[in-house]
Design a protein around this ligand. Structure first.
Ligand code: ASP
Ligand code: MG
Length: 418
C-alpha cells in the first residue's frame, strides 16, 4: 500500500469542527488508496497554556515533569482525531509516543530522535487499520520517561515518520497555503512558490520564515522526504501548496527565490582588539559557553597605525538576537576584567535587523550581491554588516528600513513574476 504522512498543526485541530474538517481530508486520501499516518499538534494555544501552568507551579521546573505536562496536548488531539475518523467509518487508531515507540534521547524539552521501530504500526496496518494517528512533538527516553522535541516539534515528528515508513510524501497542513517569496504582510506582491529546494527552505526557515520548524527541513533534506506545505482551510488537491523537494525536481529556478528577514537583531562591536592569534577564540568561546547565538561575525584589520597601540589592531563586530545583548555584554566585560581579552570600547546597536536574499541559482550566477546592494542604495539604506554563503546574502541594516528593504529587494529580483 502506498503511504502518506499528513500533519495537522494547532490551528487545523483547534476545535471539534476543525478536527472533523481535517479528518475529511484524511478520509479522502484513504479513499484514494493510501494508508495514512496522521501526526497531530495540540489544539492551538494549548501548549502555551500547559507551559504556563508548569512555570506557575514551579519556576525552576524539573524538565521531566515539564515534558509530562506539555506532551499531553497532543494526546488529546490524537485520540479525538482517531474517534472522528472512526465516526466516518475509517479504521483508525491513536498512538502516543511511547506506544509506537518513538525512541528519543533523554534531553528533556529538546530531545532528538533515536529511532522509530515500524513493527507495532505495521502490524496494525496489516490487520486492516487504515490510519495511524500519532501524537506529534513527543517521544520516550531510554529511561522510559516522556520527552518532547522542542516547540514546533510536530513538523519534525511528521518528517521522521515519513522517513521511517518510506512515505510517498509528507503533507504539512497549516493555516497558510504555502511558502511565499517573502512575508505577504510586508508586501502584497509576495507570491506563493510551487516548489522550493530543501536548501532554500532551510535558509528561509532558519532566517525566520516560520512555516516549518528548521529541524524538520534538515531531516527532510537528509532523508530526501518530499514535503508539501498546504492549507487545511481550503479545498486542496495534489497540486496545492508548496512542494519542498530536491533541487533536481525543480526544472527552472530563479537566481533568487526568497527574501527573508529577522527583525530583532543587535550589533556589538569590540573596538580596537589586538590583532594576534587566539583573540577570536578568546572572544567567541565564552560567548558560546554562555549560550549567546552569535550570527554574523566581521573583523577587518585596520591598515592604519594607531599611536596608542603598538601592534596592529582590529575591530571585531558580531550580531546576536536583541534579547541576548545584556548577556553578551556581561560575558565580554568579565573576559576583559579577567584579562583574557582587551578592547578600548564596546559599542552596541540594538536597532538593527537582518534582511537576506536566498536562492540556489546564486551558485551559478554572478552579480547577485551587486544587484542587492544597488537596490538598497537606491533606497538610501546603509548596510552595516554583510555576510554571504553559497546560496544566501544577508545584510544588517537599521530596523526602521526593514519593510522598505524587503519590498525593494522583492522588486529588484522580480519575485512577483513566476
Ligand atoms: N504543540 C507543540 C508546540 O506548540 C508542537 C507543535 O505543534 O508542533 O510547540
Ligand atoms: Mg508549527
Amino acid at each position: 500500500m502506498p503511504l502518506l504522512v499528513m500533519k495537522f498543526g494547532g490551528t487545523s485541530v483547534a476545535d471539534l469542527d476543525r478536527i472533523k474538517n481535517a479528518a475529511m481530508k484524511v478520509k479522502r486520501e484513504v479513499e484514494r488508496g493510501y494508508d495514512v499516518i496522521v501526526i497531530v499538534s495540540a489544539m492551538s494555544g494549548k501548549t502555551n497554556e500547559l507551559v504556563g501552568w508548569v512555570e506557575a507551579t514551579s519556576p525552576l521546573f524539573d524538565a521531566r515533569e515539564y515534558d509530562a505536562v506539555v506532551a499531553s496536548g497532543e494526546n488529546v488531539t490524537a485520540g479525538l482525531m482517531a474517534l472522528t475518523l472512526q465516526e466516518m467509518d475509517v479504521p483508525a487508531r491513536s498512538w502516543q509516543g511511547w506506544q509506537v515507540p518513538i525512541n528519543t534521547t533523554s534531553q528533556h524539552s529538546s530531545a532528538r530522535f533515536v529511532d522509530i521501530p515500524r513493527k507495532n504500526i505495521d502490524t496494525k496496518f496489516a490487520e486492516g487499520m487504515k490510519v495511524a494517528v500519532v501524537a506529534g512533538f513527543q517521544g520516550v527516553s531510554p529511561e522510559g520517561r516522556i520527552t518532547t522535541l522542542g516547540r514546533g516539534g510536530s513538523d519534525t515528528t511528521a518528517v521522521a515518520f515519513a522517513a521511517a515508513f518510506g512515505a510517498e510524501r509528507c503533507d504539512i497542513y497549516t493555516d497558510v497555503d504555502g511558502v511565499y517569496t517573502t512575508d505577504p504582510r510586508i508586501t502584497s506582491k509576495a507570491r506563493k512558490l510551487d516548489k522550493i529546494a530543501f536548501e532554500e527552505m532551510l535558509e528561509l526557515a532558519s532566517l525566520g520564515a516560520k512555516v516549518l520548524q528548521t529541524r524538520s527541513v534538515e531531516l527532510a533534506m537528509r532523508y530526501k522526504v518530499r514535503l508539501r506545505v498546504l492549507s487545511s482551510f481550503e479545498d486542496t488537491d495534489e497540486n496545492s501548496g508548496t512542494l519542498v523537494c530536491d533541487e533536481d525536481e525543480i526544472m527552472e529556478s530563479k537566481v533568487v527565490n526568497g527574501v527573508a528577514y529577522s527583525r530583532e537583531e543587535a550589533k556589538i562591536t569590540l573596538v580596537t582588539v589586538e590583532d594576534k592569534p587566539g583573540i577570536s577564540a578568546a572572544i567567541f568561546a565564552p560567548l558560546a559557553e554562555a549560550g549567546v547565538n552569535v550570527d554574523m561575525i566581521v573583523q577587518n584589520i585596520s591598515e592604519k597605525d594607531y599611536d596608542d597601540h603598538p601592534g596592529s589592531v582590529t575591530d571585531m563586530t558580531f550580531s546576536c538576537p536583541v534579547n541576548q545583548v545584556a548577556r553578551a555584554r556581561k560575558v565580554m566585560e568579565e573576559a576583559r576584567a579577567a584579562g583574557t581579552i582587551a578592547y578600548d570600547d564596546l559599542v552596541v546597536d540594538t536597532e538593527v535587523c537582518k534582511v537576506s536574499v536566498v536562492g540556489i541559482g546564486m551558485r551559478s550566477h554572478a552579480g547577485v550581491a551587486a544587484r542587492m546592494f544597488k537596490s538598497l542604495a537606491d533606497e538610501n539604506i546603509n548596510i552595516k554588516v554583510i555576510s554571504t554563503s553559497e546560496i544566501k546574502i544577508s545584510v544588517l541594516i537599521d530596523r526602521k528600513y526593514m519593510e522598505l528593504a524587503v519590498q525593494a529587494l522583492h522588486d529588484a529580483f522580480e519575485l512577483e513574476q513566476a
